[in-house]
Write a protein that binds this ligand. Sequence first.
Ligand SMILES: [Fe+2]
Ligand SMILES: [Fe+2]
Length: 302
Amino acid sequence: MIRNLNLFLRANVHSIHGKLLMPKKSYLTHEAFEKIAKESLFIPKMNVKLKETFVYNDVNLAIHKEPYRSYCKSVGESDVLKIFGDISVPTVILDEYNFMRIKDEYTYTHSINTTLLVICLCMMFFDDYQKMLQVVTASFTHDIGKSRIPSSILHSTMPLSDAEFDIIKEHTIYGAVLCCHYFGDFYSPATIAAFQHHEKKNGTGYPTSIRLKDDAIMFISIVDIFDALISSRPYRSQPYDVRGAIDLLCASVQKGELDEEKLKMLISLNRREKQAVQSIEYSITNRGKIPKQNNYGVRVYT
Ligand SMILES: [Fe+2]
Ligand SMILES: [Fe+2]
């Protein structure tokens, strides 16, 4: 997955308990990740199901907010809650999310919202419960690296400079290092999702511009964008409405960035009448509301 990366770390990456996992200026090679995974095998790990943790209380709150409520209802709210509760993570991940809840509440809530919607899509796609659990676990931890990004950048209301945007992009690499250490596996779905969830089908994403093919990551990436669009963010005056967000995703499918089948599945959650995903048709005419002022994607040049 990560051979010939030509990427190096811009900052030290520490575990939540202060252990230096990878020093800055390290080249990201397969061997460097293998070393982290190997070393973590000697650290005793205890796993806990999310239904036994503080996260589950917040899941119960999130599932009653629109549009998550309607989507979860359409596939079965109690099934969604059961799957979320069955997610099993090393206890240290909870220390990470406790920290994230304080430092960057948006990303904490976004991790829960995204996972709710990924569960809805996965319930339509996977027959194998354990495979589905791996994907939804990876969804929960996809942005774990965000808490290593400076708050001044995370919470900026102003257009970012290219240098600041490059720092934001690093959360994918930090996340891969953290998941590799916590899950003890370079190839775990969580490590791969943290690393690849901003990659695109046509190779225009980051951090390595691979052509994304993995169904699991494509579920996470489309829902990730959708949730970010319909959420309040400091850099724009108001969120996109659901239709405005779908308009943007449709445009992204047209450009070859996102997978059309995953878009249709997301659209099917919005339709009152149940319809086979293959037979779903959608309009590419913009019909939604977009924010009047939006600094996202706007760069300042210094
Ligand atoms: Fe992300
Ligand atoms: Fe995200």
